[in-house]
Design a protein around this ligand. Structure first.
Ligand code: BTN
Length: 278
């Protein structure tokens, strides 16, 4: 099997077109979790746009406290430190949209570099042909000296093969290479993700969700689908995903045996794990 080219700071710099994101990059051979290291750096005052990258993670974190499969040499695992100043009202909107606009930016970057059509499963799973090719984990924190920050953690399955995944992920996960047959330059992909993400963040800072929301809705494969939503407390509900609201929440037309059509319940989900049923 052809080999994935190594991650390399100099190569990443040649692809960098951003003003802020990735102007400082810390590249590690392995870390337990890039999010964990990024939180520690942010707490110590690291500046907006700092990127922590690792070629492998020994304890990669996924959403809903799941592990993130992070073998060496083939994928991208990165965490960005983001600092912004805005009113409390705008901060709430920013925090709800951050994972969604990150998914939008990452999808655009993978499409450009990998020539693969990427759909987003609400809120922020990246899919090719309904299989998961990437995921996003955002965290927030604050440091005494330099105030609040957010960490955007992005994992993308790039150059591996389906058989590299543990058995339990093989049916639902995929890689860019598996879907397109092409080996991707991970350094170029880092540069493109940073570029697209900076465009999305700048757009949101300028106009809020006015343009980001319709762009996200166009990418979102969840709308119109019958779905199972697994909530944070483990409870499940079935329904049809109706819309993404202006605050980024998912409107679900809930189905239950007792519900007649006239009395279907509408639920607004802020966080959940969604399974596309049909
Ligand atoms: C998900 O469960 O879909 C989110 C996965 C996020 C994984 C990335 S890999 C880089 C960063 N560091 C982590 O520990 N997690 C995120």
């Amino acid at each position: 099997m052809p080999r994935s080219s190594p991650l390399d700071l100099h190569a990443i710099q040649t692809y960098l077109t951003t003003q802020c994101l990735g102007r400082r990059v810390e590249l590690h051979e392995h870390l337990d979790s890039t999010n964990r290291t990024a939180v520690a750096l942010a707490q110590a005052g690291a500046e907006h746009g700092t990127l922590v990258l690792a070629d492998a993670q020994t304890a990669g974190r996924g959403r809903m406290a799941r592990p993130w499969f992070s073998p060496p040499g083939i994928n991208l695992y990165g965490s960005l430190i983001v600092r912004t100043t805005m009113s409390a009202a705008r901060t709430a909107e920013w925090l709800s949209w951050l994972p969604l606009m990150t998914a939008l930016g990452a999808a655009e970057a993978i499409e450009i570099v990998g020539s693969a059509r990427i759909a987003v499963k609400w809120p922020n799973d990246l899919l090719i042909n309904e299989r998961k090719v990437g995921g996003i984990l955002c965290e927030s924190g604050t440091s005494a000296g330099s105030g609040p920050f957010q960490i955007i953690g992005i994992g993308i399955n790039v150059n591996g093969a389906r058989n590299d995944f543990p058995e339990e992920l093989r049916e639902t996960a995929t890689t860019i290479r598996e879907e397109t047959g092409s080996l991707i330059d991970r350094n170029r992909l880092v540069g493109q993700v940073l570029h697209e993400l900076e465009c999305c963040l700048d757009e949101f800072l300028a106009r809020g969700s006015e343009r980001i929301a319709p762009a996200y809705r166009r990418r979102c494969a969840t709308i119109g689908k019958h779905v199972k939503a697994v909530l944070a407390d483990g409870k499940e509900c079935l329904g049809v995903a109706e819309a993404i609201e202006q605050d980024g929440s998912l409107t679900l037309l809930q189905q239950s045996r007792e519900n007649t059509k006239a009395a279907q319940a509408v639920r607004h989900l802020r966080a959940a794990d969604i399974v596309h049923l049909r």
